[in-house]
Design a binder for this molecule. Sequence first.
Ligand code: ADP
Ligand code: MG
Length: 905
Amino acid sequence: MLDAAKPQPAVTPPAEADSRVTPLMEQYIEIKTANPDSLLFYRMGDFYELFFDDAVQASRALGIALTKRGKHLGEDIPMAGVPVHAADDYLQRLIQLGFKVAVCEQVEDPAEAKKRGAKSVVKRDVVRLVTPGTLTEDSLLEARRSNFLLAVARAKVSSTGGDAYGLAWVDISTGEFRVAETDGGRLAADIARVDPREIVVSDALYADEHLAELWRGFKAVSPVPRDVFDGASAERRLAAYFDVGTLDGFGAFSRLELTAAAAVSTYVERTQIATRAPLSPPVREPAGAAMLIDAATRANLELVRTLGGERQGSLLAAIDRTVTAAGARLLAARLASPLTDPAAVSTRLDAVEALVKASALRSELRSRLQNAPDMARALTRIAMDRGGPRDLAAIGQGLVAAASLAGLIGDGGEGELTEVAAGLSRPDAALPAHLAAALADDLPLMKRDGGFVRPGFLAGLDETRALRDESRRVIASLQTRYAEETGIRTLKVKHNNMLGYFVEVAQQHGETFLKAPFNETFIHRQTMAGTMRFSTTELGQLEAKIAGAADRALGLELDVFADLARRVLERAEDIRAAAHAIAVLDVAASNATLAAEEAYCRPLVDTSLAFAIRQARHPVVEQAIRGRAPFVANDCDLSGSDGKGGDPRGRIWLVTGPNMAGKSTFLRHNALVAVLAQSGAFVPAASAHIGIVDRLFSRVGAADDLARGRSTFMVEMVETAAILNQSGPRALVILDEIGRGTATFDGLSIAWAAVEHLHETNRCRALFATHFHELTVLSRRLERLHNATMRVKEWRGDVIFLHEVTEGAADRSYGIQVAKLAGLPPSVVERAKQVLAELEATDRSAPTRRMVDDLPLFAAAPRPAAAPPPDPVLGLLDGMDPDDMTPREAHEALYALKAKRVRPT
Ligand SMILES: Nc1ncnc2c1ncn2[C@@H]1O[C@H](COP(=O)(O)OP(=O)(O)O)[C@@H](O)[C@H]1O
Ligand SMILES: [Mg+2]
């Protein structure tokens, strides 16, 4: 076999030393040229080899040895290799680092190649492009996280005047396929909601400088040629992917949605090459169905991961009580995408409530859910011919679990449980029974390992296995016979891949085997350090028998596998429905368990503008400090005094108090309650009434964003601008210490103006925390502004935080006391007190008092700008009379005009 074994890099044949290109390299270069953006895993026997720059990059990224093989145009060719059996491991690390990998296999038997001549090269082809967004293997995926590939299409001008965007996203590991349309203002937030592993865009969109910032926020953005986003052929391509004549059966899609959907399916096709990924028909998400939460807010509220990027410490981790991987993925998706339709929220809450009440049923459901494997992903692998025996078993077990869950919940009854019941009872019982009968108890990972068919399932297979095992027994007995015949009791029969079965004896005995009469039976093969190895004709024959039987057995097993896979795929729709029902049930049971364990309540979600939360807690902080300190629950009411949102008083709370008093915690937990409620979960409060929030903003002053190269204050202002420009009356805005990132008076002024704008223009529900106490005087003028403060107690010069929110304004900031708590040297604390006393004597608050008294009554319309200074050019023009000028004077006048022109700076 020409390239079947791991190539030995050591010696360069003289023929290669010149600038001739070997046929192998010729093939390699051709394939590599066709895949310039990917590392090329080039199959040679039991290894994937990388050459040239790919080898250098991979060896650096993976810490594997960089060697060389032959020469190309007179230069050494760098080479690095990974063994095929461990390839998944390396792939996972490369994908994590943002590489794409083109997997190039031998696509013919090396024996075929030989027939074309001793020097001919085995045919090879790229069979798959491995990219972050197109993974299917468990070893490459996170079990509890979806893996979305998102395509973004743009139409330059929409009816509303701005750009319109089509979004389509798939998780090929489960087949989930969704589309939506959005606009320029919502694009970033909608992408953040999907949280894609990889984004596909056209070259043009990738190069668009307005979007560069957005793309930079993602690890994997793949630009593709424009034909992938061709709108004219979109419908045809999509129909072809699903092998249907028309898309009518899938529902109505906009042109842009179709373009994005076709792009994503084409990208899947081009990466999966030979195999078709079994996608579900696309489901359209209507615009506005989900609460809009931009990326900064998500990060800031730590919804599904912390600011540091960890799952641990996030809201998701604190509330996740799911016991299946699919359930965990669904819970994450729901948390990332809270609903805006109260009826849809209620359907989810009804199911949770039913399971909160039925605690015995709940715990029984959960213990049965634990036995439900990840059917959706197993099904995809089976459909793509990447499945193993364990995937078949997963389907079998999952269906058994589904049937037993269906038995427990009957027709469901409450809310979502009705839908769950319908999904669970779709698959029929014959399939799991058949799978259980066919599959052994202990299963290998790969079907090519064999041994997965249960003994007794197939008579022919049992016989062949017996033959193989019998020969193995004969070989074992040969060791005894050879030992007796030769008188060497330490003689061993061993096996390895190179020699097959062989006899091994110590060196001194080996020497006698080389002579008559032993050399008739024992044929010398190898001399090792201290031992010698021999083969015999008998061993050879037995080995051939074993190999023949093993081949036949494996062939029979693979037939069984193919048959089982076919049966599974025939029921794919039912299996998917059951898998989804299991996930939904797991989420409902998780939320119910959380509610019962942590004393959460059912929120009332309706179309009012209410926001009345009693005794709310922060779900993450509460769990984090448990055992060390009690969490102090607090009320918050932004609904206005009649409680229905009709009366607009008290819709903005200005929360003051010293550092560490609990302001940020209070702000965030109110936002989290809204997210939880609208995602269909119970909330950490005694009661909660929330009028649908359509848009949620949360910002913290002076957050660092060094990675994107903007000053912290700039980030703060860009984000604040987004809020003031975009929040409507249904928004909920959380502003935490805005204006902190600059000098005191600048900061105070900006915070001041922002509060006014929220109050007068946005008119939304808002919580505004600040250490600028000066702002509290605003409530005298702004009728819907309510002052709240964190209670603190002073005790012998120290400050004690009570974490309690009360009406009123903080009188001072206790900064020095906090600094003392933090362990600042006593001398510094003392000196700070002196300086403060001096500063206070000059009465810093006087100017702000004056400001508030001088302010005119607020007008909703922006005040007209002051009259601009007179324009010197206009002055000159007015003084000219063209009829009274010679051409020369006119020319000079033009010069004079140009000189007077003031350029804006
Ligand atoms: N309601 C509360 N009950 C108990 N501990 C709290 C509460 N609120 C805050 N804390 C604790 O106080 C710390 C500081 O709170 P934080 O909200 O960051 O204060 P601030 O924003 O006012 O500086 C938190 O990390 C938490 O441990
Ligand atoms: Mg804070």
